[in-house]
Ligand binder design. Sequence first.
Ligand SMILES: [Mn+2]
Length: 424
Amino acid sequence: MRFRFVHIADVHLDTPFQNRDGELREVLGRCLRDTFSAAIDLTIERDAHALLIAGDLFDGDTLSYRTVKFLQDELRRLEERGIRVFYSPGNHDPAVRRKGSPCIEWTENVHIFSTSKPEVIPILDEDGKELAYVVGAGHEAHAEGRNLAKEFPEATGHIPYIGLLHCLLLEGEGASAHERYAPCTRQDLEEKGYSYWALGHVHSRVEYTSDSYIVYPGNICGRSFRETGLKGAYYVEVGGKDTIKTEFIPLSSALWIDMDIYELYDIENFTSLEVFLRDCLGKKIDKIKGDSKGEIDIILARLNLKGACPIYRELTQKEDMEVLEEDIGSDLGLEKLEIDTHSVHPPIRVQDYMEGPHLASYVLKLIAAARKDEELLLSLAADPVARVMGGRDRDELVKYLYGLLEDIEYEALTYLIEDDIYEI
Ligand SMILES: [Mn+2]
């Protein structure tokens, strides 16, 4: 028999959604809870032996009474069916910091890996035969700086080992976007000889398949424009040490879309802009819905308009932009649409300003030189930038600065020759 389990992470129950209006906060909060319920449903439907939660089950130290009751009811659904729950606390819910929150009566089927010292729990089949071992450890403090993975025991024998941990894979995708809590390397994990590492912390979905499967399922439900695309859980079956089947299953009914829009150089009025944007976004939504097996009914989109656009000036009219957002949003049935026009620039040709005895030419040449000269680039970095990047190493700072140079010619020219531009 195979060990069957569902792996979720980063649920962040009771996320406050502070920068959203009251109605949207309620919708998003409900969506988080519904998605967690969907993970419970999935665990039951697949007749899994266990649900593995890889940390950040909660968003903060305070938890509403409603959510406490909700959580208990959901976990009880698994208990009634004899399904176990393994939970490794992460940086948002370190085991020792839950004192101030409402008391949760954990059901009997829940095992919390409450210390940083790994525990090995055998999973038995109905005849008492060992199917697998779940090995987990939890964060004891809010900013766990130690490498917890290092302490995990090596797998021995032919029974598969499953690691459960909230950690940051240092060289992994998305590593730079997350805090360095319980940092480890891919090698630290691979050398243990486990069949599957059920990880949490990185909010995007990342999957490595070599001798071990190393998986971040991503957070269960998107909560902002940084958490885009389909969100859900992994369903996993592990047989012998080398037989494994994994499947990502979208569960969240909320979809966040963050889309860059270029090719605005033929747009001559709001009508053609509306048609163009509705078409771009509509196609994107259709594609994602096609990939989703579930129902997506809450869509939040942000369109970042970029590049040259003849109606550059009109796009700064806040009231007109709001009408545009409302029109496209209601046509496509969106919960929310934001259109960002900060990166739109006038239809100017940079090469026309390269030569000549004027400030624009000097600035453009300086930008070109900085692209090729790291020292010059660093010397140009303003103090606020250095402060933001304080504590980062030089390579990271340089990479960040190169990022700032992208399309900066247009921004510079817009300031320097503004009056001219408006004549065009
Ligand atoms: Mn998290």
